[in-house]
Design a protein around this ligand. Structure first.
Ligand code: HEC
Length: 144
């Protein structure tokens, strides 16, 4: 019995370790992933709005409030009803921005505002890429 449980312990530890390694964030890899975002977004001290809003400082920023950017009603309404971007929320947003914003508003009891669609016509499904790109974006945001 002791031998068996010791083996089990080692295997369990290995599984925990490898899944943690797989989920670690890597800002350098995130910079590569961000090249996809750069079709529409810029980030950094001199960034300007493009097809999409500037992402400098987006972590901790209310949704739909980058100065001078003409947001969709959906993106703006989410911010006006409490959406403030965090690592975790951007993780949930990227695989399907439209569905995320509609669900956010619906969960807030604002199903009437969950109409139309976001202007962000892009989805990022890969979990590791999402973690890495968020680590990169964090380099340009005040730490929470
Ligand atoms: C095809 C163009 C395009 C690409 C590619 C794109 N985005 Fe966007 N993104 C937009 C637009 C346009 C908006 C504004 C959405 C709106 O007004 O509905 C936006 C909004 C956002 C927002 C919300 C910003 C705010 O101020 O509320 C975040 C966060 C975001 N994008 C992150 C990303 C990340 C990270 C990537 C790359 C993985 C990415 N986007 C790729 C066009 C794009």
């Amino acid at each position: 019995m002791p031998v068996k449980s010791a083996v089990f312990g080692v295997v369990a530890a290995a599984i925990v370790f490898s899944s943690q390694a797989a989920l670690a964030q890597d800002a350098a890899k995130g910079e590569q992933v961000f090249k996809q975002c750069m079709t529409c977004h810029r980030i950094g001290p001199d960034a300007k709005n493009l097809v999409g809003p500037v992402l400098t400082g987006v972590i901790g920023r209310q949704s739909g409030t980058a100065p001078g950017f003409a947001y969709s009603a959906l993106n703006k309404a989410a911010g006006e009803n409490g959406l403030v971007w965090s690592d975790e929320l951007i993780m949930q947003y990227l695989p399907d921005p439209n569905a995320f914003l509609k669900k956010f508003l619906t969960d807030k009891g604002k199903a009437d505002l969950a109409t139309g669609s976001t202007k962000m016509a892009f989805k990022l499904a890969d979990e590791q890429q999402r973690k890495d790109v968020i680590a990169y974006i964090n380099k340009f945001s005040e730490k929470k």
